[in-house]
Design a protein around this ligand. Structure first.
Ligand SMILES: Nc1ncnc2c1ncn2[C@@H]1O[C@H](COP(=O)(O)OP(=O)(O)OP(=O)(O)O)[C@@H](O)[C@H]1O
Ligand SMILES: [Mg+2]
Length: 264
């Protein structure tokens, strides 16, 4: 479903600010694989997602999504294959539009132009059914402006909007980080449910190691623009935070530098 081949990307090359954000990254993900991604600040996690979404074009290497070569394809042309939720609850939704308008926009993403006509009665029913699965009562607030929702509610809506078109790839970039612990737990559980329900191929960045262990069937650790650890299947099930920290120390010969990652 996803194939990243030998991806390298350097910011501000040949200047004093030069930053090798990705260095020869290879990653292949099969349909339904759910990869959690950990690594310190600046490790290249968001850059990797930006390369997949087409926000950034790599200097070297290629990106395939579902056997389609998309390396040079602009972001808007990839958006129908990709669902994405960001850390900032404000980022994924339009605050001045209503819940149903936001959903209609997301719903039209992968449809032909002729099908993109506003909020029909049938669609309203569909949206109501989807919203019910969140258990937040949003199905009774279809015409409420999204700007009035709490962060947790908006993130739940963002998650729904990113997934109900069953994208080839779902990318979650610290999408629970801005929420209080109980809302973060709620979004974590919703994530698990929706990924299972649609068997979505998913990449999830988190600084919460426990979350990285609890969710998904594969875990990768990034450091300095490289994937330094890749654990799947039974080995992933047996992982513990202690083992992860130990692995990091073994590979890098240093303590895991981000206390945020350790405290998570
Ligand atoms: N547009 C940009 N221009 C210049 N440097 C950038 C740009 N975007 C990212 N970088 C740099 O590339 C490196 C990787 O950044 P990236 O955002 O991918 O890290 P990250 O792993 O997502 O970190 P965090 O956990 O803090 O979100 C960092 O050193 C960052 O400063
Ligand atoms: Mg990031």
């Amino acid at each position: 479903m996803l194939d990243l081949h030998d991806i390298s990307l350097t910011f501000n090359e040949n200047t004093p600010d030069e930053k090798k954000a990705l260095q020869q990254v290879n990653l292949t993900m099969g349909k339904g694989e759910f990869v959690t991604v950990i690594g310190s600040n600046g490790a290249g996690k968001s850059t990797l997602m930006n390369v997949i979404s087409g926000t950034l074009i790599p200097d070297v290497g290629f990106v395939n999504i579902g056997n389609k070569k998309v390396t040079g394809l602009p972001e808007y042309k990839r958006s129908k294959f990709i669902g994405r939720v960001f850390q900032d609850p404000m980022a994924g939704t339009a605050p001045t539009m209503t819940i149903e308008e936001n959903l209609a926009m997301a719903y039209a993403r992968d449809k032909k132009r002729t099908l993109r006509i506003g909020v029909t009665k049938k669609r309203k029913e569909l949206f109501r059914d989807y919203l019910k699965t969140l258990n937040l009562g949003l199905e009774d607030r279809l015409t409420a402006k999204v700007g009035l929702l709490s962060g947790g509610e908006r993130q739940a809506l963002s998650l729904l909007m990113a997934t109900f078109t069953e994208p080839n790839i779902l990318m979650l970039d610290e999408h629970t980080a801005a929420l209080d612990p109980s809302r973060a737990e709620l979004i974590k559980n919703l994530t698990k449910d929706v990924v299972d329900k649609f068997n979505l191929t998913t990449l999830m960045v988190t600084h919460n190691m426990q979350q990285a262990l609890d969710l998904g069937n594969r875990l990768i650790m990034m450091d300095k623009g490289q994937i330094i650890l890749d654990v799947k299947g039974e080995e992933k099930q047996k992982l513990t935070i202690e083992k992860l920290l130990h692995e990091f120390k073994r590979i890098r010969g240093e303590q895991f530098e981000s206390d945020r990652a350790i405290l998570g």
